[in-house]
Design a protein around this ligand. Structure first.
Ligand code: ADP
Ligand code: MG
Length: 337
């Protein structure tokens, strides 16, 4: 057993930052907490770390009740977005820090530090100071430092948030490979759905202090449990259930809104019984895919994405008449605004 969060709540004043959250994180897995800013991700992570105390509920770490344990007793590694390394210590000394405090034998420290330098691919840079490293290298040192004391749980709060897009993408892939080597139970906070999907075994989607859904990246994408999850996980058209595009295709629901992903809009040049007429009102080239804005004859505006191949096949032009139907659409009992 890894981490169990059992009906945990935390309020700041009258504001419910974490609201009756229950969660099980399997030992050795890498789980992402994903949600918009202010949804309670960092608070939940800090509760797991022991940096905050819950108002109610329990936290279990590897089977033991840790609710009232101190941070030190929990044996946790932590990396924040801006986890300043000790500026006056070299990379090697930074990584060794936790082991020195615990008075580990010098020989053991030396071996462990070299092993970690290799693990985070910074072998040649052990004698540099933090100011002589790039942002991505610094976060790798922070991760090595967190791993040095062999924590049972590793908590990462938007660790790549301050880095530029290319470096972030590289580090994500790197973190995934690292995790496959060390298998320490890891909770990774991010507001970036692509980052969550790429890195993690399971995604926990949070909204307003609550868990909306827990599942593999594929399950969250293919079977979103709520309107919030569907719209947070990727772009989506939200249309009334009376729109022509649904009536013609036979998609029926009693819920007032229907959610349709841009890549699930089928476009044809000739009508058939199931399609609705539309006009191409805008055409945007996004590299490997083409985004279309379609105005249906009933006035609804729908965004559609086409692969370049399909676009070339159709030879579409602005203002052209087309015929559309949904490949897949979803509706949910609760109104979404
Ligand atoms: P996230 O990490 O998802 O952006 P947080 O957990 O940091 O969200 O914050 C959730 C909400 O709780 C926010 O509205 C934030 O302002 C509030 N909050 C967090 N920590 C405190 C605190 N120490 N005092 C008062 N409000 C807080
Ligand atoms: Mg946060």
């Amino acid at each position: 057993m890894g981490i169990v969060v059992d009906n945990v709540s935390k309020q700041f004043g009258s504001f419910k930052a974490v609201d009756q959250v229950s969660l099980e994180i399997k030992s050795g897995s890498l789980v992402a907490l994903l949600g918009p800013s202010g949804s309670g991700k960092s608070t939940l992570l800090r509760l797991i770390a022991g940096l905050e105390m819950p108002d109610s509920g329990r936290i279990l770490l590897t089977g033991k009740d840790a609710t009232y344990q101190s941070v030190q007793e929990r044996n946790i590694g932590f990396v924040f977005q801006h986890y300043a390394l000790f500026k006056h210590l070299t990379v090697r000394q930074n990584i060794a820090f936790g082991l020195e405090i615990r008075k580990a034998p010098a020989k053991k420290i030396k071996g462990r530090v070299e092993q970690l330098l290799e693990l985070v691919q910074l072998s040649g840079l052990g004698d540099r100071y933090p100011s002589q490293l790039s942002g991505g290298q610094r976060q790798r040192v922070a991760l090595a430092r967190a791993l040095a004391v062999e924590p049972e749980v590793l908590l990462l709060d938007e660790p790549f948030g301050a880095l530029d897009a290319k470096v972030r993408k590289d580090l994500r892939a790197w973190l995934r490979r690292l995790h496959d080597e060390v298998h320490v139970t890891t909770v990774f906070v991010t507001h970036d759905q692509e980052e969550a999907m790429e890195v993690s075994d399971e995604v926990v989607v949070m909204n307003q202090g609550r868990v909306e859904q827990v599942g593999t990246p594929a399950a969250i994408y293919d079977n979103p449990a709520t309107a919030f999850v569907m719209s947070f996980i990727g772009p989506v058209n939200v249309l009334p259930n009376t729109a022509n595009i649904f009536q013609r295709s036979g998609f029926e629901t009693s819920h007032p809104q229907v959610f349709l992903r841009p890549q699930d809009v089928i476009i044809e040049k000739t009508p058939n019984g199931a399609t609705a007429p539309a006009k191409v009102s805008r055409l945007i080239h996004l590299g490997w895919e083409i985004q279309l804005e379609l105005t249906l004859d009933d006035g609804q505006v729908v965004t559609a994405n086409l692969t370049r191949d399909r676009y070339n096949e159709l030879q579409l032009e602005p203002q052209q008449r087309v015929f559309v139907k949904p490949k897949d659409a979803k509706s949910f009992p609760v109104y979404y605004s």
